[in-house]
Ligand binder design. Structure first.
Ligand SMILES: Cc1cc2nc3c(=O)[nH]c(=O)nc-3n(C[C@H](O)[C@H](O)[C@H](O)COP(=O)(O)O)c2cc1C
Length: 187
């Protein structure tokens, strides 16, 4: 699939078939993460690949954070089921000590964000689905998976074959709303 086609048609996928993900497709996704740019090429990310159903179920149970969702009226994370349903969950971790901090900006999140987009586009390019799940009980997922305290878990990505082809998603702002030329010119 052409890159722009993948960018345009990628959607957050939250319903998956049971069909396993072929090893070569999973490897291609991991390879896409490996090639991402990062602060000083420090490559602060680490990936944990979870296939065991019991572990995926536990991760799914930890994807609701009451203080985050209940004010919005959510009873659950919209991706809770997806984490149990998809045959693979990629846990995207990062070591903040292995990236930059400048003017108060923590670039490990940027590094991990770029890695995440490579991951999602590599999935889409192979007709696989995924979704960035950023809301979960980090400490509990960390202890479930033996992740050291110095490592942050940036996102969870259920990966699998979509149960439906989803091409329409939440609307984006127009270029006019997000681009200024030569000088900042918000009105
Ligand atoms: C940093 C980040 C965190 C997110 N966390 C969640 C989440 O916890 N649960 C969920 O269902 N979707 C989550 N999403 C998915 C967004 O809701 C989704 O990308 C957005 O609504 C646009 O829809 P689209 O991906 O289909 O284009 C997250 C996305 C990002 C980038």
């Amino acid at each position: 699939m052409d890159l722009f086609e993948a960018i345009k048609t990628r959607r957050s996928i939250r319903k998956f078939l049971e069909k396993p993900v072929e090893d070569e497709k999973l490897q291609a996704i991991l390879e896409a993460v490996r090639m991402a740019p990062s602060w000083a090429n420090f490559q602060c990310w680490r990936l944990l690949i979870v296939k065991e159903k019991g572990t995926r179920d536990k991760i799914s149970d930890l994807s609701y954070v009451e203080s985050f969702f209940s004010p919005m009226g959510y009873k659950s994370n919209p991706s809770k089921k997806a984490l149990a349903e998809a045959p693979v969950v990629i846990v995207l971790c990062a070591n903040p000590a292995r990236s930059g901090v400048l003017w108060g900006q923590n670039y490990y999140l940027t590094d991990a964000g770029i890695a995440a987009q490579n991951l999602m586009l590599a999935a889409r390019a192979q007709w696989l689905g995924t979704v960035f799940v950023g809301v979960f009980e980090e400490d509990k997922v960390r202890s479930l998976l033996d992740i050291p305290a110095s490592i942050r878990i940036v996102g969870l990505f259920p990966v699998g074959y979509p149960r439906e082809e989803k091409t329409v998603g939440p609307q984006r702002k127009t270029l006019k709303e997000i681009c200024y030329y030569e000088r900042w010119s918000a009105v």
